[in-house]
Design a protein around this ligand. Structure first.
Ligand SMILES: NC(=O)c1ccc[n+]([C@@H]2O[C@H](COP(=O)([O-])OP(=O)(O)OC[C@H]3O[C@@H](n4cnc5c(N)ncnc54)[C@H](O)[C@@H]3O)[C@@H](O)[C@H]2O)c1
Length: 251
């Protein structure tokens, strides 16, 4: 399905971004790994390089740094000759350093989407393609212990839906979707750094109520999302109970 195609995935040294990268490489795709953490990135790159050779390369990138992100796009196009999929995946939970949380989750997604549109749109030399923005179930429902994180994910959905209606995207073959999982078994939900949270007890009770999904489950829905040509503007809610495509309301 993704054979011969090219993806950029931010925050792909570990967790969901790494799993998404692996599944695309297994399908015969090519991937630019990028992450703010150079050590973990290098480890993941070495692991993938051994298996997938020249189909993968990596570039350290902090999504809060516009020029670093631009360089990821430039180098990916230069290396692989095309870009078909942009996954704005880098994200953190941090209610204390809340400006940083907004800059990574929301502003980083906006930066990546703008660059994605620039490189994908057909009237600018691209081939069309998909921009998949990592939102969360916290982009649809309130979360009492992470209001800032929740705000960033709500905003990502509004931003993505808006571009999905824009003629510059629609008429240039660019499709935009949001993935909105509930809790997934990655470092993000580890409660080892409780200072990140306004209320760790609140967090644990919400976690206990909703349960934690496997990375594999989300990876399958990621593949479904990028393959479904009818889902422009859709927010895909993924919970232990099932998957629900929430279409964008029409203004
Ligand atoms: N795990 C969950 O329960 C869950 C649920 C819903 C949505 N999400 C979203 O999925 C995405 C991936 O999260 P994850 O669960 O894999 O977490 P994770 O912490 O395992 O991975 C996040 C990655 O992003 C990287 N990153 C952090 N700041 C960055 C920056 N400034 N620039 C570039 N990379 C940066 C980290 O180094 C890390 O490799 C996030 O957007 C998160 O909000 C996660």
């Amino acid at each position: 399905m993704f054979s011969g195609k090219v993806a950029i995935i931010t925050g792909s040294a570990q967790g969901l971004g790494k799993a998404f990268s692996r599944v695309l490489l297994e399908q015969g795709g090519k991937v630019c790994l990028s992450d703010v953490n150079p050590n973990v990135l290098e480890k993941t790159y070495e692991e993938f390089k051994a298996e997938f050779a020249d189909s993968v390369f990596s570039l350290p990138c902090d999504v809060t740094e516009k020029e670093q992100l631009r360089e990821v796009f430039r180098r990916t196009k230069e290396t692989f000759g095309r870009i078909d999929l942009v996954v704005n995946n880098a994200g953190i939970v941090h209610e204390v350093q809340w400006e940083k949380c907004i800059d990574i989750n929301l502003n980083g997604t906006i930066r990546g989407t703008q660059l994605g549109l620039e490189y994908l749109r057909r009237d600018n030399g691209g081939n069309g393609g998909v921009i998949l923005n990592m939102a969360s179930l916290a982009g649809i429902f309130p979360v009492n212990y992470t209001p800032v994180y929740c705000a960033t994910k709500h905003a990502i959905i509004g931003y993505t839906r808006s571009w999905a209606l824009h003629p510059d995207a629609v008429n240039n073959g660019v499709r935009l979707v949001c993935l909105c999982p509930s809790f997934v078994d990655t470092d993000m939900i580890k409660m080892d750094d409780k200072s990140k949270y306004i209320g760790p007890d609140l967090a644990q009770s919400v976690l206990d109520k909703h349960g934690v999904m496997s990375i594999d489950k989300i990876t399958q829905e990621f593949l479904n999302a990028i393959g479904d040509e009818t889902n422009n503007g859709v927010s895909i809610a993924i919970t232990k109970e099932g998957v629900k495509n929430i279409p964008s309301p029409r203004p």
